[in-house]
Design a protein around this ligand. Structure first.
Ligand SMILES: [Zn+2]
Length: 252
């Protein structure tokens, strides 16, 4: 099982990092992608991925942390993107959930990072809230064809199908374990298996059994099981196909 989006590099895990990683491995998590959100966190991601063979680095400038991004961060991102060590650029995107988060600044930052991803021939890890149409329009306008993953997908089935047409995979997270999450369950049930991947987004979005607690990568099997219960195909076929989807996009 590949966790395509997990933040075990964050300070909240620093004291228990080895234990968390060991428990994830024991639970059958064979690889984890660590996405970057601000420049201050990139070095730890790169360091951990260099030391641990099952951790893979992505770095990016997250649209939620605009005030933390500096002038030269994009230059540094470009330099690291071209270094050949990354599996993706991310997480990047647009977040319209909080109205006070400057949208034109987000747009500029997103477009600059799309250009870098294209130049470095890397896929992207998308963070999108309430802005799926705008993100898709931007990808089309810039003619970005490198594909990627829409992390912790929260949009409609129609928007998911549009992403698939643009060459993206849809990532299912702990939300799928909640009975009331009917929209995301419909997406998980309906999309072709070849378009799905899974993630924990640890420490955020715990599965329903751990509601209100910290989320760990060892809960990835819970998310996979919830997906299996929604779908017609047998467990083995689902597990094998979504692992292949992740592997082909990120590790080949
Ligand atoms: Zn994240």
């Amino acid at each position: 099982m590949i966790d395509t989006h997990c933040h075990i590099d964050l300070p909240v895990f620093a004291a228990v990092f080895e234990k968390v990683l060991a428990r994830a491995r024991k639970a059958g998590v064979t690889a984890q992608v660590l996405p970057g959100v601000v420049r201050a966190g990139w070095q730890r991601i790169l360091h951990l991925s260099a030391v641990e063979q099952d951790l893979f680095p992505a770095i990016g400038l997250h649209p939620m942390y605009l005030s933390q991004h500096g002038k030269n961060d994009l230059e540094e991102l470009r330099r690291l993107a071209l270094s050949g060590h990354l599996v993706a650029i991310g997480e990047i995107g647009l977040d319209y959930y909080l109205k006070e988060n400057n949208r034109s600044m987000q747009q500029e930052l997103f477009e600059a990072q799309l250009v870098i991803a294209a130049e470095a021939d890397l896929p992207i890890l998308l963070h999108v809230r309430k802005a799926h149409d705008q993100v898709q329009a931007t990808i089309r306008r810039l003619n970005f064809t490198g594909g990627g993953i829409v992390h912790a997908y929260s949009g409609s089935l129609q928007q998911a199908e549009q992403y698939v047409r643009l060459g993206f995979l849809i990532s299912i997270c702990g939300t799928v374990t909640y009975d009331r999450a009917s929209r995301i369950r419909t997406v998980a049930k309906t999309l072709p298996l070849t378009s799905l991947v899974i993630e924990t987004d640890s420490p955020d979005i715990p599965p329903s059994a751990y509601h209100g607690e910290c989320n760990y990568p060892e809960y990835l099997p819970t998310i996979l099981s919830a997906l299996v219960r929604l779908r017609a195909e047998p467990y083995q076929q689902i597990a094998a196909q979504i692992e292949k989807n992740s592997r082909v996009l990120l590790f080949q």
